[in-house]
Design a protein around this ligand. Sequence first.
Ligand code: ADP
Ligand code: MG
Ligand code: MG
Length: 920
Amino acid sequence: MAKKYVYSFGGGKADGNESMKNLLGGKGANLAEMAGHKDLKLPVPPGFTLTTEVCTYFLDNKKTYPKTLKDEVNKAMSLVEKLMGRKFGDTTNPLLVSVRSGARKSMPGMMETVLNVGLTEKTIPAMIKQSGGNDRFVYDAYRRLIMMFSDVVMEKAAGIEPKDDQGIRKQLERIMDQLKKEKGYKSDTDMNTADLKKLCADFKVKIKEVLGKEFPDDPQAQLWGGIGAVFSSWNGKRAISYRRIENIPHEWGTAVNVQTMVFGNMGDASATGVAFTRNPGNGENNFYGEYLVNAQGEDVVAGIRTPAPINEYSKSGQNKDMVSLEKGMPKIYQELNLIQQRLEKHYHDMQDIEFTIENGRLFMLQCRIGKRNGPAAVRMAMDMLKEKKITKEVAVMRVTPAQLDELLHPIIDPKVELNTKPLAKGLPAGPGGASGQIVFSAHDAVTWFNNGRRVILVREETNPEDVEGMRAAQAILTARGGMTSHAALVARGWGKCCVVGCSAIHVDLANKELHMGDKVLREGDWITLNGTKGFVYAGQLPMMDATSENQLLADFLKICSTIRKLGVRTNAESPEDAQKARQFGAEGIGLFRTEHMFYGKGSDQPLFLLRKMIVSKTTEERKRALDELFPFVKKDIKGTIEAMDGFPVVIRLLDPPLHEFVPREAAKLDELAKDLNISRDELAKRAEGLHESNPMMGHRGVRLGITYPEVTAMQIRAIFEAAAELLKEGKKPYPEIMVPVVCDVKELDDQLAIAKQVYQETLAKYGLKSIKHMFGTMIEIPRAAFVADKLATVAQFFSFGTNDMTQMGFGFSRDDMGGFIGEYLSKGILPEDPFQSIDQEGIGEIIKLGINRGRSTNKNLEVGICGEHGGEPKSVEFCHRVGMNYVSCSPFRVPIANLAAAQAVLKETAGKKPVAKKKK
Ligand code: ADP
Ligand code: MG
Ligand code: MG
């Protein structure tokens, strides 16, 4: 049997269903589900879907179709005709259709749709009759078709790339604006039949003039033109760029949906709208949406007119005086409300729906899982768990690490905000606070961003061509558009701070100025947005973190903790860090670097002593310096172990790049020379002696401890004495001593001997029997992984230092790779920066080998990771799979690691048993 390329839906039946997204695209699969599933059978206008396989065939075969396709389309069309009692292209009772794109994953506004297909000079009279003599409506539909078709099919799909403002759509819009101006009309709906008739004629002339071709006044030409254009739009520039950002594979292709037109623009008993089964901005369990009376669907998304709220709950400052659907068409609203409840129950998740009302009759045009921002995602997951709509496993899978990251993003310091008067207020479309310098174009946003600046993209309204700039911006501000406008949709998907529909601002693009009342802001001026409330402020307001007040987040993270198997620790440099991370749920410290005490505030004295130690020539000199340094090291270590009381703290022995610590200023050099009682010349000579041509591979880490055992001894003494004192104070210290830069077991033997001796001395000094501790090593040199079986006979734990392991494994210096890494990524030589996400096929294999060899000789070996990868979701999943005991990351990434670790468990079991409740 030939392959099936076309799937029908409508009349309470459907060939496909929701599970067939790969083949039917998201839109097609859900239209089938809504139309045909026995629990739904919703009023969906009948139609059919051309599969994504047709798209890949089309693009691979010079824009031709499989042989059997035409036949299948004709059959499917007859089915629709039978259901509707109308005929496509008929001059007595014509059927009009829309040709809609629909990829597997939604790509808001990226792909094309053509409405009113089948309307021609010949079918117009019959359409007027069909609509009860509403010729205004028919000509309005016709002018829309001409605009859309010339833009999507005749220009875009033909690969014509006009200059800014010279696109056919813009040119036709100018004709329309001109007419409206001449007649003094405010809105599109003011245009009468004669106006629209004239527009259509003028449009056709313009199209011929600009594109050199006639607008095809033929139903079949329109249908197939539309189908080909949608398929071609998959390879449009903006679609490709969106896929790159969203990591959507290029080979997926889009489906095409051909569907009976229903008309929201038939008059005042008609309308169209978009709604969410819960508020996507904050997650509240309330039906939320917008609609427009007497309009076609695209008008809502395009942000051309300010939409009205569907109910009282959806009212905002901008539309509070408009009539809601609830009040204006109460019966229809009730019906819609019931449907939205059934849909959410059916899908067990928040749905984003499109509906159209034609002369008092409701139709469902689309549903899909609604995008939401981070706060809303957590709230919905926790609420649906309480409502018993989902299990706790599903709740955990409902929040992406990126969404969680949003919750951890800064907000404007509330105290400052309270005392600052906003310049303007718009709709809160993306959460959190952000400040940046104003830019007025996507292109400028990208350029400024690449120059290291923080910008806020300010636009009248955004369109799909702006995505790269929106990405580069800290936040987005638009003057027009509602909560379902392009800017809001995209920002919500990314969790980016965004304010839309800020009608008080006026964007003067030509002069790069922003007017708000009598205030003028220019390109480069700073503004601050509150995307949670919709406020715009002048200048740069201070930000703060908001995580501590969020109980829902805390509850959510607690659930994650019960599911994950990996431990989550933090990399902390100070007792304050340790405290913060503990609040976030860190169960110990995976990396405490002693070097930090030589940087920044309060480091003068210890730094001086370290320098003294470094330039010491004799053991006596060095010991003296170490003795002076000792109390500082001990105090720091003690504070941190205490903050993590009861949890393990991995303390890495000193691993400083020595030469970096040699002072350069004359005054410091003098001071040091004086203290050591040597001449400046002598000091200079000693400093010279420390110079290394490749310090990264130089005299550092354990090598320092081997050449200067007293350096190791001092640190280990500090650790044990800190622990001993805490024990005496009734605390539960648990230090893990970690030796860095190890490549051979004999290095460990050497250092362990020192540790043992100091341990005994400390026990004696404090009169203790034992101090709980571990002795282990960092695995960061590839050789160490290969000899891990030997290392594990001495080490009780391994911690993978994946930063250095990546540097040495790739032979890339992280600090010097700026010159080529960009090219590597854009040419696809590397799929991503290996310092961001563990390179699983290379470095990951070294890690696996190290773990297996280590555990082969020491089955109790504790294994963790302390590189920056420890907080990156994909790397965390990897760490889970290879059987590590814990990951460690910076305090702010602890919640993300927690979630990623829980999801790693669920993804693993998902293969074995279904996680989500199966639908019957
Ligand atoms: P997108 O994926 O960009 O949302 P859609 O295919 O959903 O594109 O179509 C764009 C707009 O046209 C939507 O508002 C949709 O509701 C409307 N639309 C599409 N098909 C029809 C139809 N058959 N009847 C009425 N409106 C339609
Ligand atoms: Mg579209
Ligand atoms: Mg849509």
